[in-house]
Write a protein that binds this ligand. Structure first.
Ligand code: TXA
Ligand code: MG
Length: 316
């Protein structure tokens, strides 16, 4: 049995308690102006893996990193003049910017699902702001609902879906915006609407002084269909799954009893394997050898790991 998750009023002491839970790698329900987020320390790979386990997501979609202000956001990504202008116009608020990742910034690779870009947002909600300041860090936070269910706009919604899987939920009443943030990325230098959301595209276009590019294919970026994003990280090398021994020249990524050149988890722990997945794949790819991966059980986080491995194994 898991303990029921406490719903806490957003008082200074409780916010400090929630920040301590984040620092210990636990999950916290965080009110924002858009929807309630399922927050974890974005630099702690095991904590980020726990987000996917709690949501039961069958795939690793990159997550939004929440920062208290632009200066902190710039520690994790590169901003050009146009991105900075949007941040200055609309942050804090329901806008997410996808920017080139700053190498060595310390974000867990699971947050970006191995991509070299990162989605960043500065929430306007005073309780989210207080939590980020008390934590003195940045949090990865998808909406705090089980995969496939609608996004939570009250603390009770969070409990209805995820009771026992979080250390606490801060209850700040209903969210005022009620839909997720608008996501803007840059494609070949063009600001592009990746997800419509709480900030109208027209307001962004007015601030930019030019129209936003839209995605041609409707399934190119569909947050409700995990894995439909075209820009998935995939190793350059060929990848073979369910390998119990390496073939000549192969680099074997082990799991549990299958020892390899490297391992996702010697103790066959799926949370550890998820936390290590993208770092291990990047290292394997750097060797230039074809990659083989040991069998991964297809339950819990293993499903998302296998989904990602199948994509990497698919002929390109
Ligand atoms: O309002 C919101 O944005 C809420 C609250 C909690 O802040 N958060 C939220 O997160 O909606 P999530 O994880 O459900 O949505 C993340 C979206 C996904 O559609 C994902 O594909 C996109 O952001 N995304 C994240 N990183 C990306 C990247 N590097 N490139 C392109 N898209 C990215
Ligand atoms: Mg969601």
């Amino acid at each position: 049995m898991t303990d029921p998750t406490p719903i806490l009023p957003p008082e200074a002491e409780r916010i400090c308690f929630a920040a301590m839970q984040l620092a210990r790698g636990r999950l916290v329900g965080m009110p924002t102006e858009t929807v309630y987020g399922l927050a974890a320390d974005a630099t702690n790979a095991q904590a980020v893996a726990a987000i996917y386990a709690a949501k039961g997501r069958p795939a690793f979609n990159p997550l939004i990193v929440h920062a208290p202000d632009l200066a902190v956001a710039e520690r994790f990504a590169h901003f050009d003049a146009e991105a900075r202008a949007l941040a200055q116009a609309f942050w804090p608020g329901p806008l997410t910017l996808v920017r080139p990742l700053r190498q060595g910034s310390g974000l867990a690779s699971l947050v970006t699902a191995g991509l070299d870009t990162v989605a960043l947002r500065v929430p306007a909600h005073p309780v989210a702001q207080s939590l980020l300041r008390a934590f003195e860090g940045v949090v990865a936070a998808p909406s705090a609902n089980p995969s496939g269910r609608i996004s939570p706009t009250t603390a009770q919604h969070v409990i209805d879906g995820l009771d026992g899987k979080l250390a606490a939920v801060l209850d700040a009443g209903p969210c005022t915006v009620g839909v997720e943030s608008t996501i803007i990325g840059w494609r070949e230098g063009q600001p592009t609407l990746l997800r419509p959301g709480g900030l109208p595209a027209e307001a962004i276009e007015a601030a930019l002084g030019r129209p936003l590019a839209r995605l041609a294919a409707s399934n190119d970026h569909n947050p409700d269909a995990p894995g439909q994003l075209s820009s998935h990280y995939a190793p350059r090398a060929a990848l073979r799954m369910n390998a119990t021994a390496p073939r000549p020249a192969e680099y074997l990524i082990g799991f549990g009893d299958v020892a390899g050149d490297d391992t996702l988890s010697e103790s066959a722990d799926l949370t550890e394997a998820a936390a290590r997945l993208f770092d291990v794949l990047h290292r394997a790819d750097h060797t230039g050898q074809p990659i083989a991966v040991a069998p991964i059980p297809d339950h819990g986080l293993g499903r998302a790991i296998n989904d990602r491995l199948r994509r990497a194994a698919a002929p390109r």
